[in-house]
Design a protein around this ligand. Sequence first.
Ligand code: C5P
Length: 399
Amino acid sequence: MFPRGRKLLLGVAGGISAYKSCDLLRRLQDEGFIVDVVPTQASLNFVGKATWEALSGRKVITDLWSEVENVPHISMAKENNIIVIAPTTADLLAKLASGRADDLLTNIVLASTAPKILVPAMHPEMWSNAATIQNVKILQDRGFTVITPGEGRMTGSDFGVGRYPETSNIIAEVNKHLPQLADLLGRKILITAGGTREPIDPIRFIGNRSSGKQGFALAVAAASRGAQVHLVTANTDLPNVEGITTTLVETAEQMSAVLELEFPHSDALIMSAAVADAKVASYSEAKIRKESLDRVDLAKNPDILKLLSANKKLNQVIIGFAAETSEDLVMLEESGRTKLASKSLDLIYVNNVSNGAVFGSDFTQGLIIDRSMNVIKVPEISKDTLSDILLDQLVSKLG
Ligand code: C5P
């Protein structure tokens, strides 16, 4: 099954029912989640790190002091779209309620804005203790979802409320959050990245400086919001992304051919690739000798966006990009408006790429202009953040 791209963080605290989370992890993967497991130190007494790594197929970090250079508590807090902690012990409830952050899991929880589902499991006396009741109330008031434990036999001979709930109940609770997490679920999005190259002879080409970072960032962001993404990439050095169908092309004509095939059954096209406006008029099969290389005749490439938008259906959305070399916002806006109209786009992102800015960088700044000529000024932000802003716009245009 195609992973919906959503990343889920499964925290595991130190209760005997930690072993039940091995099955929960499997069921979450069946649902299409990529799961990162963060066990607390205490929980490792019940289920070891090797088990979590083998089951999740991903590296597991168990303390704050590993891979410090990657700042894992912040990156994991940002990357994961939802956090489930199962089991949650009485001690962890108390820590979370008081906002403590003394291990990897509690740091992640404090740093994350994602929805959080707690699955308490403990002895009935601990669950019904006034301190626990108050901690649960505090956490619910702060927006945590707390699943009421099941009733039945405990580890020993006792009986009562405190059991780890049925896995299906936990999955159902996670799924309740899906529409909010995956606003592009079921959508097919075509995204282009990189810069096309137009060969002159077997050795030389006409190219541009696009790195593909923006297109890849858009693809990852769209996939993590549930979209089925097809990334058409031209001449980038970036590695393929898990769960994203990727087609490699070199020239504008090759890109055009793939898009003509794919666009009719896509909901949206985001054209962030830099497409060469011209190719050489006649490609030379043999290396052109230095002495003859005083001129290269050019021929126009097809304007892919114009071709596609001419046949676009009413419910399809096209977003274009424009790279300009002017710091003058009025000029940028003017050129964005003209391109939006001439290519019949729904939205355009226009940016100033002069002085080496933007191309190859992780940051960007520019203007977003839509058909109603609304203009959003985008200050310098990361390409990841721009991706989410553009996708918010896309979601509202898809309706
Ligand atoms: O006209 P300009 O190249 O500035 O327009 C930029 C937008 O048009 C980008 O989204 C780019 O991918 C697209 N484009 C295209 N076909 C071309 C040239 C640019 O679709 N031949």
